[in-house]
Write a protein that binds this ligand. Structure first.
Ligand code: BGC
Length: 745
């Protein structure tokens, strides 16, 4: 009896044990146990993305391991909104997403709060459409205006870019979904984007091309980082241990996963060892390669487990792991309002002679340009968002109470209706860099100038992933755009009437040769689906513009130092090729002299400087106070609205370092702050902190950040070229040694 009881007990114990083994499932607190329970095959599978159908239109998936309760997770593109397929087979339900302002416009707000508000709403769409990670922010620097993806990126300046990206990440991740800061790093051109070798000095990397990622990683804490397609100093970034492990993890404290950009490279083994945890989009070849290296010992168990642990730590944070019941019904109406408000706070006013703007709102307006009927909300490629509707300017201005010249409006509608059909048939409707402006006879323009109160001409430019822009008919105006503009300018000015140009563009264009022809220039960039409404609110003065340029508008393309080393096509009509070097590799010969760092230091005239933007009011800057402490300094300045309408001002804090030591830019942006909406006569005191580390420059020989001792000039500007108030501050010398791991292998 006793013996039978004992045997029964033993059986029960075995059963419980095997049951608990069978039901070992992933929890936040048992990651090590799961790693020990996984077979090598399961581990390897987790490191390579796989196919999936959970969310049509998503860019990629991680693999499920059902036995251990490891769910599949879903990755989908941004950055101007969630990119998924809007329609699905077998249902009438639609899955549109909100088209928010593109990153360049968001950066023009100089307001991290605006960015965070936008991405808090965007992240809700990620969550409610069943996606775990948004593949954004895109945050490569605007090294050159021809980079086709600049609209997905923020700025030529690493501080502005890093702060915007950090805010972007915080907003998305508040929703319990992840981000992927991309493309890490030095992915500044699309030509030969899969293979190009960016050859960049350690100093330019540390101070510019990595600096924005450093800020975003430390302040935003993204769940994931995406390594880029390109090589950096001779090695693919996805295989560069120094970049992905030494700098990203050891120096900056990143504790998420690194995933590749979407393509298979040889040497998956090197990528795995370098600290690239996830291969996307993932295929069997990569599984086989990693498996073989694990079997041969080339990838150690320790290395394998390190990456697997990173993956599991990521997975336990995801909505799919939490089994979140997503609704597929985010509040698109509320988010459209967020998109509109954000655009309103970001649009830049470049020119406004004789207070041409704001208009009264009751004028009769002649609206020119194909983009007035077909506004571009976003660029092309993986950054394109499927929105249900994109507001156009005709609709927005009519709704706001303007009277449009109906004949002209109808002319453009008809023109674009036929055009779009043909272009759609060729599959090119959103791929064109510009739209051919239909010509309008001089007499017609003369009549329109007599009949209307003001002319508004919308100029458009388009670009996107996979192709860089070109100089003729793109960076520069096309011949028919120029002719039309000249004609409009001449006829309206003859009548004593004003001409406004609106730039619905995805990247910087040439403005110096034609800006004298017009009275006002408004720059909404590609402003998202509600942008036309937002820009209308600026035209009629409901909103006072407060955006500022996140990059420089040069006079000529060749004024930009990187133009010598950027592959461009100069004259497409003649079939003449431009600069075809820098295809296999790109020499970042200009080193740290990018954007205003170059123009300002060398006194090179520009069309519009970095940080520039007008409004409908004026501001006075007080004498600032700058107080040094052991970690840097704190600056305060009071800004007063001295004009007649309420408005917001961005104060830009630049620092000029003392002479001696490393050669430095004349001034560098070290902080910025934006006032609240100030009523006429109202003031606000802004406080900005700058740490000694943020003041440091990178000494390549020492592989160290160094803050030179001496007196720093602290400059408070309305742009880099418009310093309104200054102070000084003494700093002691300090240095921070880092690893010398970014050069050639
Ligand atoms: C792009 C990435 C994108 C990925 C997934 C790649 O080609 O470079 O930015 O996230 O595709 O769509």
């Amino acid at each position: 009896m006793k013996r039978t009881f004992f045997i029964a007990l033993l059986c029960l114990a075995c059963c419980v044990n095997s049951f608990s083994q069978n039901t070992l499932t992933l929890r936040e607190d048992n990651i090590d146990e799961i790693v020990s329970a996984m077979t090598d095959e399961e581990k390897v599978a987790l490191l390579v993305g796989g196919p999936g159908t959970l969310v049509p239109g998503a860019a990629g998936y991680t693999r499920e391991i059902a036995r251990l309760g490891i769910p599949m997770t879903v990755l989908a593109d941004g950055p101007a909104g969630l990119r998924i397929q809007p329609k699905r087979e077998g249902t009438d339900q639609t899955f549109y997403c909100t088209g928010f302002p593109t990153s360049t416009l968001l950066a023009s707000s100089w307001d991290p709060e605006v960015v965070e508000t936008v991405t808090t709403a965007m992240g809700n769409e990620v969550l409610e459409y069943g996606v775990d990670v948004l593949l954004a922010p895109g945050m490569n620097l605007h090294r050159n205006p021809l980079c086709g993806r600049n609209f997905e990126y923020y700025s030529e300046d690493p501080l502005l870019s890093g702060k915007m990206a950090a805010a972007y990440i915080r907003g998305i991740q508040k929703n319990g979904v992840g981000t992927s800061a991309k493309h890490f790093a030095a992915n500044n051109q699309e030509i030969n984007r899969l293979e190009n070798d960016a050859q960049v000095s350690n100093r330019a990397l540390r101070e510019l091309y990595l600096k924005n990622f450093e800020i975003a990683v430390k302040e935003g804490k993204p769940w994931t980082v995406m390594s880029s397609y390109n090589k950096l100093n001779g090695e693919y970034t996805q295989q560069k241990h120094g970049l992905l492990t030494t700098v990203l993890r050891d120096e900056w404290g990143f504790d998420g996963i690194v995933m590749t950009d979407w393509g298979v490279k040889d040497n998956t083994v090197k990528a795995t060892k370098a600290g690239n945890d996830l291969m996307e989009w993932g295929n069997q070849v990569e599984i086989d390669r990693i498996m073989a290296a694990v079997n041969s010992g080339e990838i150690s168990q320790e290395e394998l487990d390190r990456n697997v642990r990173n993956m599991l730590k990521y997975i336990v944070k995801t909505p799919h792991f939490r089994n979140y019941k997503f609704s597929n019904k985010p509040d698109l109406k509320a988010h459209a309002e967020v998109a509109r408000k954000a655009a309103e706070g970001s649009i830049v006013l470049l020119k406004n002679d004789d207070n041409t703007l704001p208009l009264k709102g009751t004028e009769k307006v002649a609206l020119y340009g194909v983009n007035s009927v077909d506004f571009w909300s976003v660029g092309t490629g993986s950054g394109y968002v499927h929105t249900e509707h994109v507001a156009n300017l005709q609709e927005a201005m009519t709704t706001a109470g303007f009277t449009l010249d109906e004949n002209l409006a109808e002319y453009y509608r008809l023109y674009q209706a036929t055009k779009t059909t043909t272009e759609k048939m060729e599959g090119k409707d959103i791929d064109k860099r510009h739209r051919t402006e239909p010509s309008i006879a001089s007499q017609a323009i003369q009549r329109q100038a007599a009949d209307n109160d003001v002319a508004v001409f919308v100029l458009g430019r388009m670009s996107g992933e996979g192709a860089d822009r070109v100089v003729p008919d793109d960076f520069e105006l096309t011949t028919n755009e120029r002719e039309l503009l000249q004609n409009i300018s001449m006829n309206y000015h003859k009548e004593g009437k004003k001409v406004v140009v609106m730039l619905n563009i995805v990247g910087v264009i040439e403005t110096a040769s034609w800006k004298h022809l017009v009275d006002a220039i408004v720059l909404p960039w590609a402003p998202g689906q509600e942008g036309a409404y937002a820009v209308t609110d600026l035209l009629n003065g409901k909103v006072n513009p407060s955006g500022k340029l996140p990059m420089t508008f040069p006079i000529n393309y060749m004024d930009i130092p990187s133009s010598k080393n950027f592959p461009y096509t100069w004259d497409m009509t003649q079939g003449r090729r431009g600069n075809r070097k820098n295809v296999d590799y790109t020499d970042y010969e200009e080193n740290i002299w990018v954007g205003y760092r170059y123009f300002q230091t060398n006194n090179v005239e520009v069309s519009y400087p970095f940080g520039y933007g007008l409004g409908y009011t004026t501001f006075a800057y007080s004498k600032p106070k700058v107080k040094a402490d052991k970690d840097g300094f704190t600056a305060t300045i009071t800004v007063k609205n001295t004009g007649k309408v309420a408005g917001r001002e961005v104060v830009e804090l630049y620092v000029a370092a003392p002479a001696g030591g490393l050669e430095k830019p004349a001034r560098e942006l070290k902080a910025f702050a934006k006032t609240k909406l100030l009523a006429p006569g109202e003031s606000e005191t802004l406080t900005m902190k700058v740490s000694a580390y943020e003041l440091a420059s990178f000494n390549e020989e020492q592989s160290a950040w160094e803050t030179a001792a001496g007196t720093y000039e602290v400059l408070f500007g309305a742009s880099v070229a418009d310093i309104r108030s200054t102070a000084t501050c003494k700093m002691k010398s300090q240095s921070w040694k880092v690893h010398d791991v970014l050069g050639k292998p």
